[in-house]
Design a protein around this ligand. Structure first.
Ligand SMILES: Cc1cc2nc3c(=O)[nH]c(=O)nc-3n(C[C@H](O)[C@H](O)[C@H](O)COP(=O)(O)OP(=O)(O)OC[C@H]3O[C@@H](n4cnc5c(N)ncnc54)[C@H](O)[C@@H]3O)c2cc1C
Length: 464
């Protein structure tokens, strides 16, 4: 059995598998150590399974519109087991495809839990692997807050909720971040009565406040209740009869989902006592190097960076290129971020507030989906596009959107921020008609003084 490699990757999630593939493309002999299934959180318990269930939810929610679309069908029923089987099939196909891709690059998948014993040395059970370079990509796991009673049978995390056997009648969600809000949208559309409890003053605290409001309104239309500024102080009961305590107040639910965040898994690096870390994550520079030059890190284990699959991909590529003698830096200015739902929230770059704090004189343009022809034909007119720019050159600093398939529109916005495009570029670019993407051009025109598919703006006539 081969035990000497050019690079050992510990963890086979998005950071690990992309790091392994990139390194093999650059000619390295690579070992990929994975304790569970390749694909990590993203493929097995995150991005992909949630979006597979979201599709059942999206179509289910359309049922109420059938009559207005001229469709008459018999009674339809939702079968959770079938939706979960479909989700499992998609996940299985993707994992097998990934294994095949890794195999095609002759990447050695080593099953087991890896520990970095010293620079250049990884232990997997009894086996010792050696390589001059190591990529740490061990990702993250669910963080469960220390609420009294939280470790009871009626409380699940994002891992278990993806494999439920029955749909909860009443679902309480602790945490109004991305995962909590996405799950709320899914389960409400499938028929659960959902209540989200967020301790901070508003849900989706890391998003543009107007966008968060629009998303909250869309979820309210779905029947989701949201309580912000509420701390859960205790949990009791059994599945089907759970109680959440908020000081003296009590709420009831059949099932509780705890979605309060994720914790990096850095135990593989425990033996490296001089590896610089925060209390819970690994510190790297923008080349993804750790404080030990031959060890890089990428993905959710990296301190103070967004925990997103595409961030993990890019960090892994960057890490591996630098480990193998090339030079590449991470650029976090244009990180696309989404909250998926019946309508999506999608954002890239700075919010108005962040742009002001960065010292810019900020200009903002908006365009409502209600005035977009394609959104009307889809019957999805909730939301808007908002473009944030600085006054001097008109550089696009951020784009914030809520609307149907807004996650798919984000590519254009990300390119604008990444390439330092101006609002003039966005306004002058020809957008296909009728598409939702026209709303981006119109929001840029609004910023310049006049969207063309809205009544005359109070901002005056366009500057050009
Ligand atoms: C419910 C949910 C929905 C999400 N939706 C999205 C989304 O829509 N878009 C998005 O961009 N992100 C989403 N994310 C986040 C995304 O899944 C993560 O950012 C991404 O998976 C991080 O990749 P990673 O490789 O750093 O870590 P992980 O995916 O966590 O992979 C780490 C891997 O390392 C393995 N491992 C850990 N320790 C060891 C060890 N000692 N030895 C061997 N193997 C080890 C683990 O088994 C795991 O397979 C979601 C997350 C969740 C939970």
């Amino acid at each position: 059995v081969q035990t000497e490699f050019d690079l050992i990757v510990v963890g086979g999630g998005p950071a690990g598998y992309i790091g392994a593939i990139k390194a093999a493309q650059l000619g390295a002999r690579v070992a990929l150590v994975e304790g569970d299934r390749v694909g990590g959180t993203c493929l097995n318990r995150g991005c992909i399974p949630t979006k597979a269930l979201m599709e059942s939810a999206r179509l289910s929610a359309q049922r109420s519109r059938f009559a207005s679309l001229g469709l008459q069908t018999g009674e339809t029923h939702f079968h959770l087991d079938a939706a979960i089987a479909r989700k499992d099939k998609i996940v299985g196909d993707l994992v097998r495809g990934l294994e095949k891709t890794l195999g095609s690059y002759a990447i050695e998948i080593i099953p087991g839990t890896g520990k970095v014993l010293a620079p250049g040395k990884v232990g997997v059970g009894e086996q010792i692997l050696t390589a001059p370079r190591i990529l740490l990509a061990t990702g993250s796991t669910v963080a469960v807050p220390p609420i009294p009673g939280i470790k009871t049978a009626g409380v699940v995390t994002s891992d278990e909720i993806l494999d439920l056997k029955t749909l909860p009648g009443r679902l309480a969600i602790i945490g109004g971040g991305v995962i909590g809000v996405e799950m709320a949208g899914i389960f409400a559309a499938l028929g659960s009565a959902v209540h989200v409890y967020e301790a901070l003053p508003r849900v989706l605290p890391m998003t543009d406040p107007e966008a968060a409001n629009a998303m909250t309104r869309a979820l309210s239309h779905q029947g989701v209740q949201m309580s912000a500024g509420v701390a859960i102080t205790g949990i009791e009961g059994e599945p089907g009869a759970m109680r959440l305590r908020m000081g003296d107040a009590v709420a009831e639910a059949d099932l509780i989902l705890v979605a309060t965040g994720r914790r990096p898994r850095i135990d593989a690096a425990d033996p490296l006592t001089d590896l610089k870390r925060t209390r819970s994550a690994i510190i790297t520079n923008d080349h993804m190097q750790t404080s030990i030059p031959s060890i890089a890190a990428a993905g959710d284990i990296v301190a103070d960076r967004p925990m997103l699959a595409h961030v993990a991909f890019h960090e892994a590529e960057t890490a591996v290129e630098n480990l193998l003698g090339h030079t590449r830096r991470m650029d976090y200015r244009a990180v696309p971020q989404c909250v998926f739902g019946l309508v999506d929230l999608a954002q890239v770059g700075q919010t108005e507030e962040e742009a002001r704090q960065a010292g810019h004189t900020v200009k903002v343009g908006r365009f409502p989906m209600a005035a977009n022809g394609r959104a009307m034909t889809l019957g999805e007119t909730a939301g808007f596009v908002k473009v944030v720019s600085e006054e001097r050159y008109g550089a696009v600093l951020g784009v914030h959107m809520v609307g149907p398939h807004a996650s798919e529109l984000l590519g254009e916005a990300t390119m604008a921020v990444q390439m330092e495009a101006t609002v003039h570029d966005l306004a002058e670019m020809m957008h296909m008609h009728p598409t939702i993407s026209e709303a981006i051009g119109e929001a840029a025109l609004d910023l310049l003084g006049g969207a063309l598919h809205l009544p005359r703006s109070r901002k005056g006539t366009p500057t050009r």
